[in-house]
Design a protein around this ligand. Structure first.
Ligand SMILES: *Cc1c(COP(=O)(O)O)cnc(C)c1O
Length: 393
């Protein structure tokens, strides 16, 4: 026996259960098509909602910035000074989103780890949607606050938990995903806001999959619901629709100022690189110029979902371009994904613990980069594999 035997055994049991994740290698730029493990396939996997990850204007902006400013920021912003590009990005994002201020982080994950422990601590309570993203859960754990989960998107359950717990704590925070990425459903933010108002509780939404997708021209979930100035903290990511990398927190100036003083990933970890920041700025330019890409994304999503339903697939409860194809057990979902790949379609299977047991699925990520022809080729492959595996008639 060696002290690492348990790791080998755990890995083996993942493989037996069909839950072992084999990560494929992408050998081309991001786009509607990819070269994956040497094979050209339609890309139904990435969060590149607007096709910005390899957009010529954004690539050009990144290249120019490197010529002018180099690559690395070389230290954390709070100690060695912050580069003008990062400051400019925060200003432009705040204007774009119509908020008082924005602070950026290295990732959406880091934004959650920074924000939650800065707002609540050991004497406090967090009301958290049961299906919140891992980075929210980790941020909550890191804060040391009592975590009370409420039923998914269930405002009644939220209020019950508040009534049962609130009086025993100093402060409270309600936190929810904006778009739940496994199902594509949207948090009922107006009703959650009413409850937060009623009990005077801080409200935070993590809009990673809504940033650049929901709202007018991709301004996010707060804009989508017309809740400007009402949600205390809006977390977003620059690594999905924005096509680059990074995270952001948008909201009232006093909260952003506090995060600059107390957000640990801001204080103790370097910022994104020069070309990252320049690319994000170029993405803001594009989104401010036109809603065309966001409109195309939604049109593509509506088309694909409707056609999948016609073929007889169960596409769940999605309200966004995210299209889950519900299959049940993980081994079936994995086999479906492999057969799709053979048919020239790259779409990943998701199983436990990413989604609940028995709710394994293929998740199709639609993008504005897809042409109608790309979507039709994808639909054809789904039909062929679905029939072969007995999922549709
Ligand atoms: C993807 C995601 C994150 C992480 O964003 P990164 O920028 O990739 O770190 C955080 N929260 C939610 C809800 C997400 O979907």
């Amino acid at each position: 026996m060696s002290k690492l035997d348990w790791v080998t055994q755990e890995i083996e049991s993942l493989k037996t259960a069909g839950l072992y994740n084999r990560i494929r290698t992408i050998e081309s730029p991001q786009g509607a098509w990819l070269v994956v493990d040497g094979k050209k396939v339609i890309n139904f996997c990435s969060n590149n909602y607007l096709g910005l990850a390899n957009h010529p204007d954004i690539v050009a902006a990144a290249r120019k910035s490197v010529d002018e400013m180099g690559v690395g920021p070389a230290a954390v912003r709070s100690i060695a000074g912050t580069m003008s590009l990062h400051v400019e990005l925060e200003k432009r994002l705040a204007q774009f989103k119509g908020v008082e201020a924005v602070i950026t982080f290295q990732s959406g994950f880091a934004a959650n780890l920074a924000t939650i422990p800065a707002l609540v601590g050991k004497e406090d309570v967090i009301f958290s949607d049961r299906l919140n993203h891992a980075s929210i859960i980790d941020g909550c754990r890191l804060s040391g606050a009592k975590i009370v989960a409420y039923e998914h998107n269930d405002v009644k359950s939220l209020e019950e938990q508040i009534k049962a717990n609130l009086s025993q704590f100093r402060r409270a925070l309600i936190v929810t995903d904006g778009v739940f990425s496994m199902d594509g459903d949207i948090a009922p933010l107006p009703a959650i806001y009413e409850v937060a108002q009623k009990y005077d509780i801080l409200l935070m939404v993590d809009d990673a999959h809504g940033e650049g997708v929901l709202g007018n021209g991709g301004r996010g979930i707060v804009d989508h619901f017309g809740l400007h100035g009402k949600v205390d903290v809006e977390v977003g990511t620059l690594s999905k629709a924005f096509g680059v990398v990074g995270g952001l927190v948008a909201g009232k100036a006093v909260i952003i100022e506090w995060l600059r003083q107390r957000g640990r990933p801001f204080l103790f970890s370097s910022a994104v690189t020069v070309p990252d920041a320049a690319a994000c700025l170029a993405a803001v330019d594009l989104l401010e110029d036109s809603t065309q890409l966001v409109d195309k994304l939604w049109a593509n999503g509506r088309y694909f979902k409707a056609e999948m339903a016609t073929l007889g697939f169960n596409t769940g409860v999605s309200e966004t371009p995210i299209t889950p194809v519900m299959l049940g057990e993980a081994p079936l979902a994995q086999q479906f994904s492999r057969e799709l790949f053979d048919a020239g379609v790259f779409a990943m299977a998701l199983g436990f613990p990413t989604v609940p047991q028995g709710k394994a699925r293929i998740r199709v990520m639609i993008s504005a980069a897809h042409s109608r022809d790309d979507l039709d080729k994808g639909l054809e492959a789904f039909q062929q594999v679905g029939k072969k595996l007995g999922v549709i008639a």
